[in-house]
Design a protein around this ligand. Structure first.
Ligand code: NAG
Ligand code: NAG
Ligand code: NAG
Ligand code: NAG
Ligand code: NAG
Ligand code: NAG
Ligand code: NAG
Length: 394
């Protein structure tokens, strides 16, 4: 009985064993099959990921090497893709529009590298700072002047807040408006606008010379002549002289003493051309700026006295004390002569280019004293465009 049972058990057990074996075979086949699928899936997704990251890399470097393609470091989100701390964005800010206050941008602009030399090929540039009440009527003339010299200049425009110049995207003036504030002529706000232009231009470490121009200014020489004259000058061209009349010393206030003494007081044309170090000094000063803000009110005009006096007090030896912007004051009175279309001739431009006077340049004397001229009415544009190739040579 026991045996039978045991045999039967055995048979039963054997049958069970065979069944189990089949199941294990099927199961292991399934396991291998599923594992195969999983490995396959994992590999293909890895490949996808790999290609995606390669595409990302390509995309990112492409953007990084083409700052003009419209990315915007001001929107934090895009900084995940674009390296906002790259040397390129640091050296040459792409978007001139920013949210910085004057206090913030003046501080940033005052930073000076302590280390000698540059970790990049620095091609010194001339920064052209246009202070305008809106339109730039001489724009076509300036566009001709700048054409073909892109590497050697930067343009900054201080126009009324929100004003956009109507220029095509291939113009050197395209998107060169800086964050501005409204200006009341004859007040400190005019000088504030000049400081704002200097500060924005200082953020580009390649800018070496800074020239202030108005909407009624024109160039009287071609770009290479202007560039070489400014870049190779040891001095800045900021007008600074002692005017003993009531239009000069008469505007000095005793309340400025003892910080500013009468013998240090100077006057000069607002249209300066200065080297980088001077631009840094000007945006960095708070002490004398505050004194002028408090005590230089009409008939004292900060734009005619601050820079001439400040440079005379501290940096005189590096200043030529003359301006490179020609103007006709022969009429007398508060406003210089304005040239209209009818007044434009080849001989007028020739007489500005060489007006029979000699001036010092580095340690020599030269008859090339003026690079720019004012004031020109919009009607002068057409006849001036006619003279560019013959007289001005551009
Ligand atoms: C420049 O920045 C301003 C504000 O910071 C933003 O509104 C504007 O879209 C930016 N322009 C470009 C071209 O990125
Ligand atoms: C901008 O300039 C274009 C072409 O010079 C002209 O057609 C257009 O009317 C101007 N737009 C404004 C708002 O002045
Ligand atoms: C300009 O004036 C300063 C005094 O403020 C003087 O030291 C300097 O030599 C003058 N520059 C030239 C080129 O004469
Ligand atoms: C300067 O202006 C006066 C008055 O408008 C004019 O007679 C004179 O010819 C002008 N000088 C030059 C060099 O254009
Ligand atoms: C421009 O021409 C007009 C008319 O001939 C003349 O009265 C005026 O003085 C001239 N202006 C200058 C600055 O030469
Ligand atoms: C040359 O220009 C300067 C500045 O405008 C002026 O003072 C001087 O009289 C001019 N000389 C001649 C000969 O026109
Ligand atoms: C431009 O020059 C041409 C000849 O060179 C002349 O016919 C034309 O009147 C000039 N235009 C102006 C606005 O002076």
């Amino acid at each position: 009985m026991k045996m039978a049972r045991s045999r039967g058990d055995k048979e039963e057990a054997l049958e069970k064993h065979a069944g189990l074996l089949k199941m294990v075979q099927i199961l292991s086949f399934l396991v291998v099959f599923i594992a195969g699928i999983i490995i396959g899936l994992a590999t293909s997704s890895h490949i996808n990921k790999y290609f995606n990251s390669q595409a990302d890399l390509f995309f990112t470097t492409k953007l990084g090497s083409e700052p003009s393609s419209g990315y915007n470091c001001n929107v934090v989100k895009s900084c995940e893709k674009v390296d906002c701390l790259s040397m390129k964005t640091f050296m040459r800010p792409v978007n001139l529009t920013h949210q910085m206050s004057d206090e913030e941008i003046f501080w940033r602009a005052s930073l000076v590298p302590y280390k000698n030399g540059y970790p990049f090929d620095r091609l010194p540039k001339v920064a052209f700072l246009f202070l305008t009440r809106g339109l730039l009527p001489m724009l076509p003339l300036w566009e001709m002047f700048f054409r073909g010299h892109d590497k050697y200049f930067s343009i900054y425009v201080h126009a009324p807040p929100g004003y956009l110049l109507n220029v095509s995207s291939d113009s050197p003036f395209y998107r060169r408006e800086i964050t501005s504030q409204s200006v009341k002529w004859g007040t400190m706000s005019l000088f504030d606008a000049e400081r704002r232009l200097l500060a924005n231009a200082l953020l580009d470490f390649s800018n070496e010379r800074f020239v202030l121009l108005s909407e009624s200014c024109i160039p009287v020489y071609n770009f290479p002549t202007v560039y070489n004259y400014l870049i190779h000058s040891k001095h800045s061209f900021a007008d600074s002289y002692d005017d003993p009349t009531r239009y000069g010393r008469g505007r000095y206030s005793r309340k400025m003493s003892p910080d500013i003494k009468l013998y240090q007081w100077r006057k000069g044309s607002q249209w300066f051309e200065i080297q980088r170090a001077f631009a840094v000094y000007i945006v960095s000063d708070t002490k004398y700026y505050t004194i002028f803000k408090k005590h230089c009110k009409p008939a004292c005009y900060p734009d005619e006295h601050y820079i001439p006096t400040f440079l005379n007090m501290f940096h005189g030896p590096l200043n030529a004390n003359r301006t490179v912007t020609w103007v006709n004051w022969s009429m007398g009175g508060p406003h210089p002569a304005t040239y209209r279309g009818v007044n434009i001739s080849e001989s007028l431009i020739q007489s500005i280019r060489n007006n029979q006077t000699q001036c010092s340049y580095n340690s020599d004397m030269t008859s090339l004293c003026y690079l720019f001229a004012r004031k020109f009415d919009p009607s002068a544009l057409e006849p001036l465009l006619n003279l560019t190739s013959t007289v001005m040579e551009f």
